[in-house]
Structure formats: C-alpha cells, structure tokens
Design a protein around this ligand. Structure first.
Ligand code: SF4
Length: 267
C-alpha cells in the first residue's frame, strides 16, 4: 500500500477559521459519518466523484463535467502550500487537516504531518473524533492542536443524525485530553437537533469533565451548502431550513461561557 499518497478534495489557502493564525487547510476526502446537516457533502465519498451538470444558455444545452477529489502525493501537497509558509511564521499559523474525516486516511495523514513536522509547522486536526484510538495515538506526536466536534450527547440521537454511535468519539476525546494536547471543541448548532436544551446541557456536562479545555467554537447552521447539494445532485434533508438565528447563537455562547473560558461563534 502506498502511504505516500491519498485523496484530497480541496486545499484552502489563507484560512483563518481552522486554527490559530493564517493557515492552509487540506480537505481530505472521505468520512465515515453522514451528518444530515453536512456542509461538505462532496467530502463524504472516499474516492473522486464525477458529476455532470446540464446548463441551458440561449436555448442551447451544455453538459459540464466536474470531478471532486484527486489523488495527491505528500510532495505535491507540500509543494502547493510551500509559498505560504512565510505567512504561517508571521501570523503563528500553520497547516490544518479537515475533511471529510482526516483520520480516515491515517497513513497518508501521518506522512503529511511528518512532512509538516520536518518543516516545524504548527498542525491542527479538525475531526469528528470517529476513528480507532490507535490511529490517534499514532499521529499524536505530530499534532499541535485538535479541533474536536461534539454534536449530540445522546447516543441514539447521534446514530440517528450522523449514522454512527458517539461512544468511540467520547472515548477518543478522553484519550486526547489525557495526552495533554490542546483541544478546541466545535459544536454545530442545528435547529431542533443539536441545539435542544437537553443536548446543550449534556454537552456542557461533558465539558465539565475536562476543565483544561479552554475554548468552544459554536458553528451555526448556514444555507451556503444548499447550492453544493444542487450542484452535486444530492438530497439535502435541511434544504428548507433557515440560517441560524444569531441571537440564539449568542444565548448559547453565554450558556457555555459559564463553563469554558473562551466561546466563539463561527470558529
Ligand atoms: S463529520 Fe463533518 S464531514 Fe463528516 S458527514 Fe459530518 S459534517 Fe460532514
């Protein structure tokens, strides 16, 4: 097996939302979850996908073919972010790995992290936490920060809305916490699903177990992903949902501020 290459569906340059400072975010393709609110539906499949769209202009029909995801080597990824390293240094930024679920390509991820480590770059992993604990253990020496999602505290609701149990996720949170690596918790705010009083209370109770976690990012539902579902011909259960109410997000931020030092809205 070639550990030196894997599937990427995007590389975002000059990102400021996936960790400290200015960063490059590498979006790795494939996710074992299927959250009904997923804002990156094109990230879920593990291999490149080709879509054909039909557009009409002045009575003519055009077919546009688009492929999402491509195989890249560690060297190709590093070459693509090479020119930005100077900005990481100046802003105390670095490289973030997101997805999809980056832990789902463990060998490729480790090779990328090691390449960053050799260049002394700060690294962050944006994860659902759903992976074998041994995978996390294996990459731990090369990771500076985890951006760790907590979606639903109740296991059967977690299974209903994301397709998987939260038991492994909670176990991995405990494992990372006790490793001493910094963690930022990310909570998607989805109307009537993750933002119920009961769920938020239970998530806060989980956070109270981990007093060294100093920051929570609330990620309110937005409607930008709608166009992606249309573009890729995928069914979107939340197609008609409104953007998240900003006052409600502020109220939830105040609720978590009672437990956590820093709570931000939007990451
Ligand atoms: S974990 Fe993230 S990428 Fe995976 S399905 Fe859920 S929202 Fe989408």
């Amino acid at each position: 097996m070639n550990y030196n290459s894997g599937f990427i569906f995007d590389i975002r340059h000059f990102s400021i939302h996936d960790g400290p400072g200015i960063r490059s975010t590498i979006f790795m393709k494939g996710c074992p979850l299927s959250c009904i609110w997923c804002h990156n539906p094109e990230s879920i499949g593990f291999h490149p996908e080709t879509y054909v769209r039909t557009n009409r202009l002045n009575g003519k029909i055009f077919h546009i073919t688009e492929t999402v995801g491509k195989k890249m080597s560690v060297e190709q990824v590093m070459n693509e972010i090479e020119n930005e390293i100077i900005f990481y240094d100046e802003s105390k930024g670095g490289v973030s790995f997101s997805g999809g679920e980056p832990l789902s390509q463990p060998n490729f991820l480790k090779a990328l992290l090691k390449a960053c480590h050799q260049k002394e770059l700060h690294t962050a992993i944006d994860t659902s936490g759903y992976a074998s604990t041994s995978v996390i253990q294996n990459i731990l020496p090369y990771v500076h920060l985890f951006l760790f999602d907590l979606k639903l505290a109740n296991d059967s609701e977690h299974q209903k809305y994301t397709g998987v149990s939260n038991q492994l996720i909670l176990k991995n949170l405990e494992f990372i916490y006790h490793s001493g690596k910094p963690i930022i918790i990310r909570i998607p705010l989805i109307q009537h699903i993750t933002d119920t009083d009961e769920n938020l209370r239970k998530i806060r109770a989980i956070l109270q177990l981990y007093p060294h976690i100093k920051r929570v990012d609330l990620l309110p539902f937005h409607t930008i992903a709608k166009s992606k579902y249309e573009r890729f011909g995928k069914n979107y259960p939340l197609y008609h949902a409104d953007p998240y109410d900003s006052q409600k997000a502020k109220d939830i931020a105040a609720f978590f501020s009672e437990t956590v030092e820093t709570v931000s809205i939007g990451g």
